[in-house]
Design a protein around this ligand. Structure first.
Ligand code: NI
Length: 571
């Protein structure tokens, strides 16, 4: 029972640490050989021997030797071994105060960090002696051993060899000291024998990782036998390769992995790929810019993540011309344009553009080119034959926009756009008011506003409106032409505009808005007057929303109503 619980615990730890739930177990037998109390003059010979055998070891150094052998420390790190802490002066830690224990560890770490960079160095307390205080203050995993060679006692290479061979099992941590020539000789011979028996010599850190153990500070580890999780070595699964090829409508992504039988998982939304992500089966088309992240998974292990950000240019836009409900397109070279006139989205099965398109309200285009993102355009004629690329026949504002454009109250905002959802500025609103009443704006004297440039497209209209008392500005000297118009400002301008033309306001029902208290005092009578004649109503839920800005589509409807009102009133 205990075994099952610990396996589940290990699995839980693994799942929290890795992007995958490892299932497959490889058959590798692992062992960690460790050397305490060094470095010494024998360490270089040991490192030569380890290098020749491709074996990795862990060195628990003491401060007084670490300080004497800085180059050896550096070599230990450079050759892929693990540097670890065996205190500064080799005391029995449980006999010390917390502060002294910490000092013993920190003083040694200083030398290790100089060689390996700052990190959490595993601790082996001298004599394997620890207590609760040591566990609490050490700030690192505590590593003991499962094979004691007693090399310091016998000082005999054969004894060292035999003690290793007789006691080592999968997952063992072997204790030696690189202070003695006999220890080095015995260890290297034992490595030869155990390698021949299929053992792989890894650092303690790697042993724990491959057994799915996430080491915890203050926890004691003496061995790491295979309990069902046996991950491959880092780098054992090759990182996937990503290649791109230009295809109509985008780029085709091909993923490959050199590792046999690897499964590749990928995402295209920038998120980290896991085994829950999409599994790669065949090359796929990327039809818009994206970041592709891919990971390979094999034998219970996974690769580094391949991450590539892919930018797709948009297919070039055709030049559109129209007259009398006939649309002509200039097709950019390298592109094919497909279209529909029945409102459905065009596809490559739709008609290919070869000649001008006749008489449809909405024409939808699909521009396709190799290696580029599709460009889609929707061209809609108004009721009177103007053409815009951002309106729809089904929209609530279609009639109002048609009328406003036809009566030239509002023109587009450029590039065939009407901008139905764009906000209306104070300057735009005043300009349209001047158009509605056909004002001779050029005749108006210059206004007092210092923020209205002399030759702007709206200057004459603002001069006219100021002179007529339709606008008062936002202060004595400022008009704020580019400020978005609020609904209460709009009501005030409309009210003054109609009063100016002696409009006899019929008294309709006064709506009681639930947010009436938020309407500015200077605007309140205008809001009531304009609401009563039905030019502006609430925004729903019984609210007026005085500070909300108005969109061009909303204003188109108001302008058309106002224009009709003016025509009826002043035929
Ligand atoms: Ni020691």
């Amino acid at each position: 029972m205990k075994k099952i619980v610990s396996f589940l615990l290990a699995l839980v730890l693994l799942c929290s640490a890795l992007p995958f739930a490892a299932s497959a177990a490889s058959g590798a037998k692992l062992v960690a050989i460790t050397f305490d109390d060094g470095p010494s003059k024998h360490t270089a010979t040991l490192l030569d021997g380890l290098k020749a055998r491709g074996a990795k070891a862990t060195f628990f150094c003491v401060g007084y030797n670490a300080s004497a052998y800085p180059k050896t420390l550096k070599r230990i790190v450079d050759e892929g071994h693990q540097l670890a802490n065996h205190t500064s002066t080799h005391p029995e830690l449980p006999s010390l105060s917390s502060a002294s224990i910490k000092k013993e560890i920190d003083n040694c770490n200083k030398y290790l960090a100089a060689a390996a960079g700052a990190q959490t160095f595993y601790l082996r307390p001298p004599y394997g002696a620890y207590n609760k205080t040591v566990r609490n203050v050490c700030g690192s995993p505590i590593i003991l051993w499962s094979v004691d060679t007693l090399d310091w006692k016998y000082r005999n290479a054969n004894t060292v060899y035999n003690n290793i061979i007789n006691q080592t099992k999968d997952g063992s941590i072997i204790l030696l000291h690189d202070l003695y020539k006999t220890s080095v000789e015995g260890a290297l011979r034992a490595i030869d024998t155990l390698q021949a028996r299929g053992y792989e010599f890894v650092t303690v850190k790697e042993l724990l990782r491959r057994r799915g153990i996430t080491p915890q500070n203050g926890t004691v580890y003496s061995s790491a036998p295979n309990k069902g999780i046996n991950l491959p070595a880092l780098g054992a699964v090759k990182t996937p390769t990503l290649t791109l090829s230009d295809t109509l409508g985008g780029k085709t992504v091909t993923l490959t992995c050199e590792t046999k039988d690897a499964a590749i998982y990928y995402t295209t939304d920038g998120s980290k790929p896991t085994t829950a992500s999409k599994k790669y089966g065949a090359p796929f088309l990327l039809s818009a810019s994206a970041t592709v992240n891919a990971v390979a998974y094999a034998n219970g292990g996974y690769s580094e993540i391949k991450s590539q950000s892919i930018t797709l240019p948009k297919a070039p836009a055709p030049t559109v011309t129209f007259s009398e409900r006939v649309i002509s397109l200039s097709v950019p070279s390298g592109t094919t344009i497909y279209y529909t006139t029945d409102g459905t989205a065009p596809s490559t099965a739709s008609t290919v553009y070869t000649a001008p398109i006749t008489a449809a309200v909405t024409t939808k285009l699909l521009v396709r080119a190799s290696g580029m993102e599709d460009r889609r355009l929707s061209l809609t004629f108004t009721k009177y034959g103007e053409l815009f690329n951002d309106i729809s026949e089904a929209a609530w504002y279609y009639d109002a926009v048609s009328e406003a454009a036809h009566q030239k109250l509002m023109v587009g905002i450029g590039d065939m756009a009407f901008g139905p959802d764009k906000v209306v500025t104070r300057a735009t609103f005043v300009t349209v008011l001047s158009r509605i009443c056909g004002a001779d704006t050029a005749a108006a004297p210059q206004s007092r506003f210092t923020d209205v440039a002399p030759n702007s497209w709206y200057t004459a209209a603002v001069n006219w409106a100021a002179n007529e008392g339709i606008v008062y500005g936002i202060s004595d000297t400022a008009f704020a032409p580019d400020k978005a118009l609020s609904r209460e400002e709009m009501c005030a301008m409309l009210h003054r505009f109609l009063e100016k033309y002696n409009y006899d306001f019929p008294k309709g029902e006064v709506l009681a808005f639930t947010d009436a208290a938020t309407i500015s005092d200077w605007a309140a009578p205008s809001v009531t007057a304009i609401q009563q004649i039905g030019l502006v109503s609430g925004v729903g839920n019984g609210q007026f929303a005085p500070k909300l800005t108005a969109t061009r589509a909303q204003c188109a409807r108001i302008f058309v109503s106002l224009s009709n009102l003016m025509t009826q009133y002043n035929p």
